[in-house]
Write a protein that binds this ligand. Structure first.
Ligand SMILES: [Zn+2]
Length: 334
């Protein structure tokens, strides 16, 4: 009985709150940004909304983004992270763990690896993954790193050393990377291609990746748009290179830079009509789950599990920008 009473009290304010929200305009600027982000997120981008918009510390084990690599974990139990590789598009292959994504973009002149992973996943996910899919790791020509945090960059030095791949990174993130000790997990790559604030286009064979500098999560974070083929039809991908804002604090300029970056990549994504939204965390783009759906036979007319449409891609970046604006206000940043 006592429990029933407590439950009633817990439920009523929630119901009243929802009703009030639906009927009255947002009470403050923070609420307005959060409401916009929530609407943009819908069910598709719920984890991105929760992690960016709700006022809690970043989840344990992930860096808030001050440019430092997260503490290097010992190799965790493989049972908790290993995932087999999948061919996702005609020319795009997923080489991720259950948590983090690495991708192989096959071109007419070799392979571009997009993000690596922790050093402990390089061999089993990227190198063995390519081989399992019938690709040759020796064909890796470029490794593009979205930002210099260990969960995305620790495989870069190994792929550079073993296969002669050129490593591409944002210039400020190269500066941070080159300060690491030689004993850093995965080693330290040699500086190859540094992308400045203006971004760049990287062409290999028949494929061009447009690289957009999106500073914020780290000072050198890169995001991309690039073409993939779905049963021969070209579809454009938008790739968001860095997400969390937990370390920004009262640094107003950093919040503003992040918001401007999201608007910039959203604009480029709109220009090319990007209809696939990728992140480097499965938590945000569902890559681990969606990759498995590829194996299911598609009915005629049924869309590809990763093709979410141009509106959905735009909504993703709206979530990022609006949550950052809310969080900046909440942090009291000027
Ligand atoms: Zn990061």
């Amino acid at each position: 009985m006592r429990r029933t009473v407590v439950m009633t009290f817990l439920l009523w304010p929630t119901l009243v709150g929802v009703t009030a929200l639906a009927q009255t305009p947002p009470a403050s600027e923070i609420d307005a940004h959060i409401a916009t982000a929530r609407a943009a997120a819908g069910q598709d981008y719920r984890a991105t909304f929760v992690n960016l918009c709700l006022p809690s510390a970043p989840p344990a084990g992930r860096a808030g983004g001050a440019g430092a690599a997260p503490a290097a974990p010992q190799t965790p139990d493989r049972a908790n992270w290993y995932a087999p590789p999948f061919k996702v598009f005609d020319n795009l292959y997923w080489l991720g763990t259950r948590q983090h994504s690495s991708w192989a973009l096959q071109t007419s002149a070799g392979i571009i690896i997009i993000d690596t992973n922790f050093a402990w996943a390089t061999e089993s996910e990227i190198i063995e993954g390519l081989t399992k899919l019938g690709l040759n790791p020796r064909d890796i020509k470029y490794v593009i790193i979205s930002h210099a945090h260990g969960d995305h960059d620790q495989g870069a030095a190994e792929l550079q050393k073993r296969f002669g791949a050129q490593v591409v990174m944002g210039a400020p993130d190269w500066d941070a990377t080159l300060k690491r000790p030689a004993t850093a997990p995965g080693g330290v790559p040699k500086r190859d291609v540094a992308v400045g604030a203006g971004g760049t286009k990287l062409t290999l064979g028949d494929t061009t990746i447009q690289i957009v500098a999106t500073p914020g999560h780290t000072p050198g974070t890169l995001s991309y748009v690039f073409p993939v083929r779905d049963q021969g039809r070209t579809v454009m991908v938008a790739y968001s290179g860095g997400t969390l804002t937990g370390a920004f604090g009262t640094d107003g300029a950093r919040w503003d830079e992040y918001v401007a970056s999201q608007r910039q990549i959203a604009k480029v994504a709109a220009e090319v009509q990007a209809a696939v939204m990728l992140s480097n965390h499965s938590e945000y783009d569902g890559a681990y789950t969606r990759a498995r759906l590829i194996a299911a036979a598609r009915q005629p007319g049924e869309s590809h599990p990763f093709i979410v449409g141009t509106d959905s891609v735009q909504r993703y970046f709206t979530v990022m920008a609006e949550c950052a604006m809310a969080s900046k206000l909440r942090a009291g940043a000027k």
